[in-house]
Ligand binder design. Structure first.
Ligand SMILES: *Cc1c(COP(=O)(O)O)cnc(C)c1O
Length: 233
């Protein structure tokens, strides 16, 4: 039997993307939501241009990267001639990388401290580019994890909007690895609602259907699309 081309193999990125899209549609329908209300952010961190090109060929347009330097090396070529791509920063942002981040990304999901908000505001004013900003919330209040404590979210969002004039459009969280994510998703959705924020980024390969049940508008899925990543070296 001839070997099928990659796009038809069940393990291909196109096939996995298809499966993830179907799961998103099913989870949305089960929650009484429109499948179009959930955006799939394909997390391409550590994967090279060939893998991203496969996802692009399969129609994927929204991608997430967790490191500014990696995105800077990978994306300018991939983006050339494709104005409909939307790139999200989903990893920690150091203030000395703010200039690159504002130039490269359309959404910065990890605004997590006042000094960063201030630096982003200054760079946006300087460059005229205004990527949407999501505030990262440390829903599990884990000491080693980035993010604003739930009790401080209202004040931080207000400061980002009023003091820094940042285009804050939503919240994101990464629940503790060893806990049921549902209550973290419910908490994030509640914090977003009461701050009038429309975008809720939560859910990864292991739990995105649950996140959709609790109101996720953006799910960040890597492994289920691109396969297992090599361990960080
Ligand atoms: C890597 C990463 C993801 C994707 O995780 P998978 O389990 O591979 O789907 C989502 N969000 C953030 C913040 C990440 O760093």
């Amino acid at each position: 039997m001839p070997v099928p081309p990659p796009s038809e193999s069940p393990d291909s990125i196109a096939a996995r993307l298809d499966a993830v899209r179907r799961t998103i549609a099913e989870a949305a329908a089960a929650a009484g939501r429109d499948a179009g209300s959930v955006t799939l952010v394909a997390v391409s961190k550590t994967h090279g241009a060939a893998a991203v090109a496969e996802a692009l060929a399969a129609g994927q347009r929204v991608f997430g990267e967790n490191r500014v330097q990696e995105a800077r090396a990978k994306w300018p070529d991939l983006r050339a001639g494709r104005p409909d791509i939307e790139l999200h920063l989903i990893g920690p942002l150091q203030t000395n990388k703010v200039k690159d981040a504002v130039a490269l990304f359309d959404v910065i999901e990890t605004v997590d401290r006042d000094r960063l908000a201030e630096a982003l505001a200054a760079e946006m004013a300087r460059s005229g580019r205004r990527p949407r900003c999501l505030v990262e919330v440390n829903t599990g209040e884990e000491p080693q994890k980035a993010g604003i404590a739930p009790a401080d979210v209202d004040a931080f969002v207000a400061a980002c909007r009023e003091r820094h004039n940042l285009p804050v459009t939503g919240l994101m969280c990464i629940p503790p690895a060893d806990e049921e994510p549902a209550m973290h998703f419910a908490l994030l959705a509640d914090l977003a609602r009461r701050n009038g924020l429309a975008e809720i980024s939560m859910g990864m390969s292991g739990d995105y259907p649950t996140a959709i049940r609790f109101g996720a508008t953006h799910v960040r899925v890597g492994t289920a699309i691109f396969g297992v990543r090599p361990p960080p070296g």
